[in-house]
Design a protein around this ligand. Structure first.
Ligand code: FAD
Ligand code: SF4
Length: 577
């Protein structure tokens, strides 16, 4: 079986030794590499997928629609081979687009078991999902960090906003987040570049919502990791809205445009693509990790690399996979399993539900460019005296725009009049989708299925997670409240959707599986993201999350990663690791 032979070149142990190993090169791994190298550590970044170079590999970014052999659609074969990303999905119609088909994981090679339906959106290449992400970036507040403790759900977060604020500042300044300051306690303001603008219809709807709800509900431009002003090495966003093909201008935050060049510039970073980390090597005597085992994805050869610390940033579910697959006789259920929490408490956000309608009265108005952003309506449920029959809350993301030439003109279907009619833009539409908090449940879990193997003969994950009563009640409320707000704003012909196909994972905000905590008996990681059972291993991606809030989570992973890197370097300097 591929990968069974261990090719250990003992003489090479010296060459294969670094101060730190970072597993994964996505949003969180990129940050770990940048922070650790800038603090002087020699770092090896291991990425399971192929290399993917900034600018050079954005092969479609400057193509026109007619340059694509299949006019933008994936082929039937590609869709059959990749059923998860080929499912109906709301972002740009469908994710199975010709331009980005190669950016997604090859699902056939990397299967997983769905004990219960689970959508797993993966990108196994340099940069991970930092190329494909939607870039919406929001801080959490103490309302989020304190909710578990106040409501007796799961366990308490071991940190509070005051410990995160300066790290949010730090990552926002470097990543470049544009947004407006709103002064909301539950959605703290940050270090923003100038905000993008709401268009005329969105401004009107925002004003009407504000008035109808007496200033208690807010709608403003999204906070997004697209540059509205140039920063060193990166040009400002050109409003092309083709971000997920990769941006040759570096107009949005990705590993390639931002953290990787910074880490490489230190001269301290070695990057190794095609490196599937299969195990963290645990040393029983020191009770620490001594390095990692890697299966080369191209040659199927196995290697070992050694380091003083390991940052595990393979993404929420893959980081749990690495820990589980690192089982030894000391930890038979995996490294970090002593609390029986490893793989448990899987969370995500509600998605695939919302409403849309038509706004009249702006037929003589248009807007500039293709803004790579929309509006945001932050949480209001269960806040400041509002009380619902479920816990926590939700926010909305959406936009208003005019129909283009693809719309149907009911009375016409052919001829000069038809062409003529389509040179004019159509009606103004507004639509939004909800993102809601999902609670952590111990029984929502992932496990290793040793009977099913991937292309490399490695065991795969089995997903066993579902929505419960709190979530089902919230979904109803999300749609109801959006309709009420649209009606209050004068939106006409409102239609709603709540896809029965929604399964956990589809929000692409997987969290949990190795939560932080104050007590090693109930958490996998300590308050500094160190694995209690091997303190030189830090897990700083979504696996560490203790609850899910309703804000898009990646900014919080960035801040936690920078904070943990600082901790690790200080501990190394003190000789405590
Ligand atoms: C279409 C889309 C839209 C999104 N929109 C938003 C948004 O607007 N806002 C937001 O906050 N989030 C958004 N997200 C989610 C966001 O992309 C993720 O939260 C974020 O990328 C997670 O960062 P990460 O470092 O944990 O994982 P990733 O970015 O997924 O990177 C993980 C990396 O680890 C590698 N890896 C995995 N296993 C191994 C292994 N065993 N050995 C070595 N390497 C390994 C992978 O190949 C990958 O490169 C979106 C995601 C998608 C796909
Ligand atoms: S919208 Fe901006 S960030 Fe996105 S691809 Fe275009 S220029 Fe780049």
């Amino acid at each position: 079986m591929p990968g069974d032979t261990l090719h250990v070149n003992n003489k090479a142990a010296g060459q294969n030794t670094y101060d730190a190993i970072v597993i994964g090169s996505g949003i969180s791994g990129g940050w770990a590499a940048k922070e650790l190298t800038e603090k002087g550590l020699k770092v090896l970044m291991l990425e399971r997928g192929p290399n993917f170079e900034h600018i050079k590999d954005y092969k479609t970014a400057n193509k026109d629609p007619w340059d694509f052999p299949h006019r933008g659609s994936a082929t039937l074969q590609q869709k059959t081979d990749n059923p998860v990303i080929s499912k109906d999905w709301a972002m740009y119609g469908t994710a199975a687009q010709e331009a980005v088909m190669d950016y997604w994981v090859k699902e056939k090679d990397c299967p997983y078991v769905q004990v219960k339906p689970f959508a797993w959106w993966r990108s196994y290449q340099m940069g991970g999902r930092s190329i494909l992400w939607g870039r919406q970036s929001y801080r959490w507040s103490d309302i989020d960090f304190e909710a578990n403790s106040k409501e007796g759900i799961g366990i308490d977060w071991p940190i509070r906003y005051r410990e995160m604020a300066s790290w949010y500042d730090h990552v926002e300044r470097f990543a470049g987040i544009s947004g407006s300051k709103e002064g909301l306690e539950h959605l703290p303001d940050g270090q923003f570049l100038p905000p993008m603008e709401l268009n005329c219809v969105e401004k009107d709807v925002a004003a009407r919502i504000k008035q109808s709800y007496k200033g208690q509900r807010h709608m403003f431009i999204g906070r997004v990791a697209n540059l509205t002003a140039a920063i060193p090495g990166r040009t400002k966003c050109q409003f092309r809205n083709r971000c997920w093909e990769g941006c040759p201008f570096g107009g949005y935050f990705s590993t390639q445009s931002s953290t990787l060049p910074a880490a490489l510039a230190t001269g301290n970073l070695t990057v190794r693509p095609w490196s599937i980390v299969t195990k963290i090597l645990y040393d029983k005597d020191t009770k620490k990790a001594k390095g990692v085992e890697v299966l080369d994805g191209e040659t199927n050869k196995t290697y070992e690399f050694y380091s003083r610390i390991v940052f595990l940033n393979a993404s929420t579910l893959n980081s749990a996979w690495v820990l589980m697959n690192s089982a030894t006789d000391v930890w038979p259920d995996g490294l970090g399993s002593s609390s029986d929490q490893l793989g448990h408490n899987v969370m995500d956000h509600h998605y695939m539900l919302g409403a849309q309608g038509i706004v009249e009265g702006y037929e003589d108005k248009y807007y500039y460019g293709r803004r790579a952003n929309g509006f945001y309506i932050p949480r209001f449920a269960n806040l400041y005296g509002d009380k619902r029959d479920f816990l926590r809350g939700y926010g909305f993301q959406g936009s208003a725009s005019r129909e283009g030439w693809k719309r149907d003109v009911a009375e016409l279907s052919i001829g000069a009049d038809y062409k003529e009619a389509l040179t004019e833009p159509g009606a103004w539409h507004i639509g939004a989708t909800g993102f809601g908090e999902i609670l952590p449940y111990h029984e929502n879990k992932i496990t290793l299925d040793k009977n099913k193997k991937d292309k490399w003969g490695l065991p795969v994950l089995a997903m066993d997670a579902e929505l419960k009563e709190n979530e089902l009640k919230m979904r109803k409320d999300i749609v109801k409240e959006l309709v009420a707000m649209f009606e209050a704003a004068g939106v006409k012909n409102i239609t709603t959707w709540d896809s029965k196909e929604y399964a956990i994972g589809q929000g692409i905000h997987e969290m949990g599986t190795a939560r932080m905590g104050k007590d090693p008996r109930s958490s996998v990681l300590n308050p500094n993201n160190q694995v209690w059972d091997a303190t030189n291993v830090y897990v700083t991606d979504g696996a560490c999350m203790v609850s899910s809030a309703c804000q898009n989570p990646s900014l919080t992973y960035m801040a936690l990663t920078a904070r943990a890197a600082d901790h690790a370097v200080n501990e190394l300097r003190k000789g405590s690791l």
